[in-house]
Design a protein around this ligand. Structure first.
Ligand SMILES: Nc1ncnc2c1ncn2[C@@H]1O[C@H](COP(=O)(O)OP(=O)(O)OP(=O)(O)O)[C@@H](O)[C@H]1O
Length: 865
């Protein structure tokens, strides 16, 4: 199961009671606050008055549970010099003068483990401890015996006291390890066989090179590099911490910091490093032996209590003997022994071969009978592929039926193992998660899809055959995703979503548009770009500086080498000269001595000169060394900064890429919209052109209507005067009668023409008003024609209608008379000026056409015509 590295921060009590503090911790909200207001959220924020007991109880008890269940655990302590790292892990010391209350994490852990094992008498265990120090990338075994076995807490404390006395003092890394193998028969009658390791690492303060290596591994892991791709073997320390960072241990990183203002910068550095570890996830799993979960039979020949010890002893013995065999073979090949010794060794080897033969035969018999093999089953290594042994191959060919039965059994066992393991993990995780911050990981109760490890034959990382995570997302991860998703949608977007759900419409386009516009408008984008540019510039400058520094360091180192060589040669010269002088004084007679004294005097002078030279060289060496140290320190800090900058750059480029993508999408969207609008604009422009043309036509029509009206008025006047005359004298002359008829005909035709033109102006179909009949068309054209040429009697007659309210007799009479008149055509009666008015206007009047709502308003500006 993936469990993130947990972080605890402990403040060291100030050296002077009332001294000012620059860092504070709030255990209630698990926050560490700096004087500048910077806050660091951690899993445990421990105050400076936190006791050793409180510290242990606050986060180490679940570690003990994990360890007893067969999981690897780890505590890694970071901190500047004298910040209380050793005090936290071990306490002030193990002499009688120290109180038990001051005991640190390691002795408390051992006490708790032995106490718990005492409460579980069914468990057989072998517990070993190691105590190593890493000094200049070399391992120093503090206890001197490698793995040291402890059967009880008293023995463990004796070793703690011994180690405390023997450990080297200085800025070194210390790794204390407790490894335990357990075996017990569960209530269900199956064997539980587990192995777990707890490591406690007291890291040296800066600028220890190993610490930089650890830091770079942490950063690589946080950057997302899989543990497989990380080179843990870059130094001893990183190899030792393989399981703690990116491995299989349940890790707590403990930052010991000082709250004093002079340590502020170092403290910030440690805090940031610890916080960085929060991004690492370790794959914590129960380490099982191959025989775990095998049913235990009652009819065992060997008593249960002794069986385990015997198995272990046999396995160790076989190892020892085969080691000795290798050695003896080497000795025989070197032929450095006497003949009798050689014979003895040969005899030993012969006996060993005989024993092997016997043991192998026994094994074959055992296999055939289906008994469990004697000896401790080994834990399969990841790197070793599980190839079938020769005996397996033989038995394969012997009986395929039994193989089937065996495979069935194996499958059943695997299922059983998986089930048990999942159950155990679920229990432990719940227990753990209840104990640690409920805010960190929450497992959804309803999801029920917790991703529990499943067994596979391939392994990712770790020492033993490993258990891999399932492919599904765990409940906790789902919960987190849900939280993130809920946070990612802005309240406005949520509103849109709700509204669209109500209206049952697709909210996506609206949402996208809103989010895009917001994003493009937001100054965040520009800010990111600026930040990116600045960081990149800084990054390249720092790179140049780092290169320069490494060049300087290498040149200083070569200078140093030369100086050291010079010093050595000078020293040799001095030694030679001194031996020559002493030889002189010993071997020569008095007179010779006096003579040679003068020479010796010169030699002495020479020696003195060389000695002063050496002194200056040494001074120079010291200076160069100091310079190199300084440069190295600067380079290291630069390297760290570079790494940070690189991470920052990656982060920024990721966000800017994201924004760029979104911008490109939005630009596409807008270009589409622009082309659409462009098309609409073109359509409108052509419409406008048409409109202008029709306006010109309209103006012409209006002019014509005006002229027609004037003509009509004239005709109307003439008709009125003629009508009046007829009423007065009861009759009219023929020419007058014809004129009257013509007037009426012309008026009617003009009316039709005006209506027609009006309809044209209003955009109605002219046929609408004229009923679109051929007759009406003729009437219109005739009316127009008559207006132009003064009217033709026959055409006027063909209209067959009058507008006055005269009797039909009058009409008949009129028709007769018109027939007569038609034979002799009349003289035009419409004044020529009026005729001209009927013609289209030769100039265009200026008029303003505006549109108000759905009406066209025409205002004539130039009234001249
Ligand atoms: N929380 C604490 N309460 C009481 N004393 C403390 C506390 N923390 C540290 N000290 C004391 O401060 C001194 C320095 O502590 P310690 O040696 O543990 O620091 P360190 O970080 O391990 O130093 P170095 O890096 O040099 O090994 C010790 O005398 C220790 O007893």
């Amino acid at each position: 199961m993936d469990i993130p590295v947990q972080i605890a921060i402990r403040l060291k009590p100030p050296s002077i009671a009332d001294s000012s503090q620059c860092i504070f911790s709030n255990p209630a909200s698990q926050i560490v606050i700096t004087e500048s207001g910077q806050t660091f959220h951690v899993n445990r924020a421990l105050p400076f008055d936190c006791t050793q007991n409180h510290l242990f109880n606050s986060f180490m008890l679940p570690q003990v549970n994990c360890f007893l269940d067969g999981c690897d655990t780890s505590v890694v302590v970071f901190g500047q010099s004298k910040s209380g790292k050793t005090y936290t892990l071990f306490g002030p010391g193990f002499e009688c003068i120290h109180s038990e209350c001051d005991l640190g994490i390691v002795p408390r852990f051992l006490t708790e483990v032995f106490h718990r094992l005492g409460q579980m008498p069914e468990r057989e265990f072998i517990l070993n401890i190691t105590w190593m120090q890493v000094i200049n990338n070399n391992i120093f075994d503090v206890l001197g015996g490698g793995l040291v076995r402890c059967c009880n807490i008293e023995e463990a404390f004796q070793y703690l006291q011994l180690g405390w006395r023997q450990k080297c003092l200085g800025n070194y890394h210390t790794v204390f390890t407790v490894s335990m193998e357990q075996k017990w028969v569960g209530t269900n009658g199956v064997l539980n066989h587990r192995m777990s390791t707890a490591s406690f690492c007291d890291l040296a303060a800066y600028p220890e090179p190993g610490l930089f290596a650890v830091e770079s591994i942490i950063k690589e892991l946080v950057a997302g590099n899989p543990p497989k791709q990380i080179n843990y073997d870059r130094c001893i320390l990183t190899a030792m911490l393989r399981d703690s960072f990116g491995g299989r241990a349940f890790t707590w990183v403990l930052g010991c910091i000082s709250s004093e203002p002079e340590d502020y910068q170092d403290t910030l550095k440690i805090l940031n490093l610890c916080l960085c570890c929060r991004g690492i996830k370790n794959f914590v799993t129960v380490n099982l032996f191959a025989d775990n979960n095998t049913p235990v039979y009652n009819d065992k020949s060997v008593p249960q209590d002794n069986a385990f010890n015997l198995q272990f002893a046999t396995a160790q013995w076989i190892k020892l003997v085969s080691n000795a065999e290798g050695l003896f073979n080497k000795i025989l090949q070197s032929k450095s022994l006497t003949e009798t010794d050689m014979n003895q060794v040969s005899e030993w080897l012969f006996l060993k071969a005989e024993c092997d033969e016997c043991l192998n035969n026994e094994g074959t018999v055992d296999n055939k009978e289906g008994n469990t093999k004697q000896g401790l089953p080994r834990i399969a290594e990841d790197t070793e592929p599980s190839e079938p042994s020769e005996s397996d191959v033989e038995s394969d060919s012997e009986d395929s039926d039994s193989e089937m039965v065996f495979q069935d059994k194996v499958e059943k066992m695997m299922d059983f193992f998986k089930e048990k393991n999942d159950l155990l993990f679920a229990e432990r995780c719940e227990e753990y998660l209840n104990h640690i911050d409920s805010d960190d990981i929450t497992i959804s109760e309803t999801s029920g899809s917790q991703s529990l490890p499943v067994m596979t034959s391939q392994s990712n990382s770790g020492r033993r055959r490993t258990i891999q995570p399932g492919e599904s997302i765990s409940g906790a991860q789902l919960e987190l995703l849900r939280k993130v998703a809920a946070k990612a949608i802005s309240p406005e977007s949520q509103k849109i979503l709700i509204e669209s759900h109500k209206k049952d419409i697709d909210p996506e386009p609206k949402l996208i548009e809103r989010e895009l516009l917001k994003m493009i408008d937001s100054p965040k984008t520009n800010e990111i770009c600026k930040k990116y540019k600045m960081t990149k510039e800084k990054y390249s400058q720092k790179q140049i500086l780092a290169r320069k520094l490494s060049k300087e360091i290498s040149s200083s180192q070569s200078q140093l080498k030369e100086l050291i060589k010079l010093c050595i040669s000078k020293q040799r010269l001095i030694d030679e000269l001194s031996t020559a002088i002493s030889n002189n004084s010993r071997n020569k007679s008095y007179t010779e001595r006096i003579e040679s004294n003068i020479i010796d005097h010169d030699a002495m002078k020479e020696i003195k000169r060389h000695e002063t030279n050496i002194k200056t060289f040494k001074k120079q060496i010291e200076q160069i060394r100091r310079q190199i140290k300084k440069d190295e320190k600067r380079k290291n800090t630069l390297d760290v900064e570079l790494l940070k900058d690189k991470l920052k750059l990656d982060e920024l480029s990721e966000t800017s890429l994201d924004i760029k993508d979104k911008k490109v999408n939005s630009i596409k969207h807008f270009t589409n919209r622009i082309t659409h609008l462009d098309n609409i604009l073109k359509e409108k422009a052509s419409d406008l052109e048409n409109l202008e043309l029709s306006r010109e036509k309209e103006l012409l029509l209006r002019k014509e209507i005006k002229n027609l009206r004037k003509t009509r008025e004239c005709l109307h006047d003439q008709r009125c005067s003629l009508g009046h005359k007829r009423k007065l004298y009861k009759s009219l002359s023929d020419s007058e009668e014809r004129k009257l008829l013509e007037c009426e005909e012309a008026i009617e035709a003009i009316d039709t023409a005006i209506e027609y033109k009006n309809n044209l102006i209003c955009g109605k179909s002219p046929s609408a008003s004229l009923s679109d009949s051929q007759d009406n068309k003729d009437t219109r054209s005739r009316g127009e024609q008559m207006c132009l040429d003064g009217g033709i009697a026959e055409r006027a007659l063909s209209l067959g209608m009058t507008t006055d309210s005269e009797t039909s007799d009058d009409a008949l009479r009129l028709v007769d008379r018109m027939r007569q008149l038609a034979r002799c055509p009349p003289v035009p009666v419409i004044p020529s000026q009026n005729l001209r008015q009927l013609m289209p206007a030769t100039y265009l009047p200026v008029a303003k056409v505006t549109k108000e709502r759905n009406k066209l308003v025409i205002i004539q500006q130039n009234k001249k015509h």
